[in-house]
Design a protein around this ligand. Sequence first.
Ligand code: NAG
Ligand code: NAG
Ligand code: NAG
Ligand code: NAG
Ligand code: NAG
Ligand code: NAG
Ligand code: NAG
Length: 789
Amino acid sequence: MIKNSTIHFLFLFILLNILVFNVHLTKSKPYPKFPCHPPHHKYDFCNKKLSIPTRVNSLISLLTIDEKILHLSDNTSSIPRLGLPSYEWWSESLHGIGINGPGINFDGPIRGSTSFPQVILTAATFNRSLWHSIAKAIAVEGRAMYNTGQSGLTFWAPNINVFRDPRWGRGQETPGEDPMVISTYAIVYVKGFQEVDLKGVEGSGGGGKRRVLEEDDGDRLMLSACCKHFTAYDLEKWGHVTRYNFNAVVTKQDMEDTFQAPFRSCIQQGKASCLMCTYNSVNGVPACADKELLDKVRTDWGFDGYITSDCDAVATIYEYHNYTKTPEDAVAIALKAGTNINCGTYMLRHMKSAFQQGSVLEQDLDRALQYLFSVQFRLGLFDGNPAKGQFAKFGPQDVCTSKNLNLALDAARQGIVLLKNDKKFLPLNKRSVSTLAIVGPMANVSSPGGTYTGVPCKFKRILEGFYQHVNRTLHAAGCLDVGCNSTAGFQDAISIAKEADYVIVVAGLDLSQEREDFDRYSLLLPGNQTNLVTTLAAISKKPIILVLTGGGPVDISFAEKDPRIASILWVAYPGETGGKALSEIIFGYQNPGGKLPMTWYLESFTKVPMTCMNMRADPANGYPGRTYRFYTGEPLYGFGHGLSFTSFSSRLLSAPKRLSLSLAKSNWKRSILVQEHSRLGYIHVDEVPSCSLSQFFIHISVSNDGDMDGSHVVLLFSRVPQSIHGAPQKQLVGFDRLHVPARESVETSLLVDPCEFLSFANDQGNRILALGEYTLVLDDIEHVVSIEM
Ligand SMILES: *[C@@H]1O[C@H](CO)[C@@H](O)[C@H](O)[C@H]1NC(C)=O
Ligand SMILES: *[C@@H]1O[C@H](CO)[C@@H](O)[C@H](O)[C@H]1NC(C)=O
Ligand SMILES: *[C@@H]1O[C@H](CO)[C@@H](O)[C@H](O)[C@H]1NC(C)=O
Ligand SMILES: *[C@@H]1O[C@H](CO)[C@@H](O)[C@H](O)[C@H]1NC(C)=O
Ligand SMILES: *[C@@H]1O[C@H](CO)[C@@H](O)[C@H](O)[C@H]1NC(C)=O
Ligand SMILES: *[C@@H]1O[C@H](CO)[C@@H](O)[C@H](O)[C@H]1NC(C)=O
Ligand SMILES: *[C@@H]1O[C@H](CO)[C@@H](O)[C@H](O)[C@H]1NC(C)=O
């Protein structure tokens, strides 16, 4: 029976493929309209033999003022006389192709796309190669959707703001709270998403013509990724303060070593082709109007992509920040500051009169268009029919593939964090479970949740993940919804829990509690959820298992302390295959290895004003500081917390004891400066010309001392000499994820660049390296390295 239907499906699949393929060959319909379509292919801007800047300038020279203004929106209008179709810049790809952007639709041949876990869970894997594979997989699905006319080529991900406050509704979208982890994620995601994979294009059309493009190949983009939201954005709504009117007051010190660090990496090393400026002001200036801030990205970081505003962020310059007297002044100041498009229509509506008033010049428009068109040319948008192009082969057959669904599954397996596991309660032995009760408002929800989710390929509810393992799975929601404002459903939950051998409660958060435009006020479980968990713990035959959903940390200290709650797992928003991953962990088919990418604070943290951006603690006024680098209080779970079913032990195989920074190549004036500073106990990183020469390796061995294979995340921290004001308590200098078979050891080497990873910012916002003794910390091992001149 099963075999027959498989064959049947295969046959259908082949038939469908043939049909789809035929559609491609015979009709131009599935492909979007494209520029340089005959008879509009004779313009210089269509000539692939010319350089991109030449083609861009040629195109700009053909446009009237009005036509130029039409290009300053995410949704550009067509210009029929030049054969330019309209283009929608706004597509989303945070953890899979998302539905949020108007550039995306699921109404064509492609009806769904792989829904990977929300970023915060993928970050918890600390696995660079997984991050890269996911970005690549999303890019392939994105190109396929472009080819069927269902998406654009420019995507507004990743979100690389620092998860500064646990209440933030969009912390779930980020790789957590550590600038080094976020930077690494940003680089890996952007590269994986943008790079033209030559393996991926073999056999495609275009053949010999690609030779002509060779000179530009390094510049070519598979798709365009966007580092957002620049900068110091991490508040949606706190009292009357919203992201639209918030003025983030940030010290130079925090700016340099917290808020800007991921953006610098995303641009400089990731080579992102887009930057999004944020709604909020930073130190009194709306980010999209801040010429000094945006100029630096181009001059200091070498950014050559385009800058888009967050949606209608140009309007907020006038409407919320009252930063200008008129809307015209707002569009003028944004354009001149370096914002190239306003997502929305504000520039469309007000740029013409700004131009007529003389506050915007034609060259200001041209400059914006140069950046915008350059990215479109690098994407191949002006290279003629995409059906004959480099990426033509991607189509519906490349979306929701079993390979991508397995990758989503793997990400959930690797990311899920085991927070508590009393007396090795987990994994459960399947044979001891004939009836399992799965309780809770999140166990049977019909979508994967998480912000910026698309339409999944074949979503399975968390509950369904357990059916294959257990003969009898009972379910009661317990609460009507996640808000759980009533105990009316408790009785059903209690009666199935009494019947079951084991009870799993799936509680936590969903988008009703944390989302865009919505922060939490409390870190406790919503409504009566805590009550539900403790009620079930009290009546169950055995201790219960608590599974937490949601991207933000929850204060579940009651459960951490309660012996009747044996195990706690955090699954965040685990994507479309999360239920399967969870059940595999609970029954021991997978060994959890995820680690928290952010601190889990206690409820008392909510006394701290969300609007206070300071990272550093201030003992004078009782301000506790933020994130593991600066928080002086006792967290519920620290950054990097996460248990395994096996036990690992780490050893430092080799690490230097002493490091001398050489000033060999520095000039006389500089050496004087350096000597002066070094007498004060530190040096400025940019005063040491050969800082990268002092990179060193730390060799580490990890043993799996238990009986189950597993993966271990190595987190190497450094404690810097505390003599200097504002030094972090500790900071991450390297990480790696290692698979270690039972009773075996595996070695790895971490490269430490002292100037990059041991440094921090001083009060003036300059990166300094303290001289003296640094302590490298690896689990419970400490090793002292002395850094001297
Ligand atoms: C984009 O603009 C076109 C006209 O150029 C309009 O038909 C379309 O509805 C717009 N799309 C959105 C999402 O606003
Ligand atoms: C901006 O100005 C308007 C009136 O022009 C005023 O109603 C509003 O309160 C001001 N907003 C802020 C944030 O100052
Ligand atoms: C599950 O059902 C099968 C078949 O009815 C039975 O052989 C097995 O013992 C049951 N398992 C448990 C744990 O009850
Ligand atoms: C899960 O929810 C669906 C409705 O979305 C419902 O039809 C189904 O019965 C529920 N499953 C269980 C086991 O309660
Ligand atoms: C409780 O929640 C339900 C469902 O969200 C809602 O309909 C109801 O009005 C709420 N009741 C109270 C008292 O808030
Ligand atoms: C808990 O449930 C009770 C009874 O249904 C209700 O009156 C109360 O408002 C709920 N508490 C919260 C915090 O939602
Ligand atoms: C990292 O992810 C890749 C891709 O999913 C996987 O093959 C590899 O085993 C993972 N590494 C570890 C140590 O878990």
